[in-house]
Design a binder for this molecule. Structure first.
Ligand SMILES: [Zn+2]
Length: 172
């Protein structure tokens, strides 16, 4: 789920490096940026750029570890599971609010449609123009929106299920 929802949160659905990072961290283990680069098959700088972006958005956290017998440190990254659950929860709540508002609108009105242009009007708007399209003058026909209502109800149901399945632990 992380692999699917985090790119949506970041508007980075098409980014293969972010996808690769999430795939390799999803098991919960810490992985160094060098190992991530090798696993994904890109340069370490490319991985670091995306890791910094994920870090800035609260998706990953890191730990500095000294490499035995070496002078330098390596950075080990892992998913910030608690914060991810919180971010996804916030986003889902917002989407659910919008869908609910849309559903309320669809169930509160009857609709008419212009057969020529497909433009949609509420009963009130249609009545005002004597059921002629205000744009082209064609006679408006009543529109059955039960499929739209059905689809909205189903989306709301599915998102509510996802919301309820998210772990409550670690929420801030
Ligand atoms: Zn029209």
């Amino acid at each position: 789920m992380v692999e699917k929802l985090v790119p949506v949160l970041l508007h980075a659905e098409g980014n293969p490096v972010i996808k690769g990072i999430l795939q390799n961290l999803e098991g919960g283990e810490s992985v160094s940026d060098d190992d991530l680069a090798a696993l994904i098959g890109v340069k370490v700088n490319t991985v670091r750029t995306e890791l910094n972006e994920l870090y800035a958005n609260g998706i990953v956290s890191f730990e500095k570890r000294k490499i035995p017998n070496q002078k330098w440190y390596a950075y080990f990254w892992k998913l910030d599971q608690g914060n991810i659950a919180y971010l996804i929860r916030q986003r889902l709540k917002k989407v659910l609010e919008l869908l609910q508002r849309r559903l309320d609108y669809e169930t509160a009105h009857s609709f008419f449609v212009c057969p020529r242009e497909g433009k949609r009007y509420t009963f009130e708007e249609a009545a005002e123009s004597d059921f002629r399209c205000p744009s082209c003058g064609a006679l408006l026909t009543s529109q059955d929106n039960s499929q739209v209502v059905e689809r909205l109800r189903s989306e709301i149901y599915q998102l509510t299920q996802i919301l309820e399945s998210l772990p409550a632990r670690g929420l801030r």
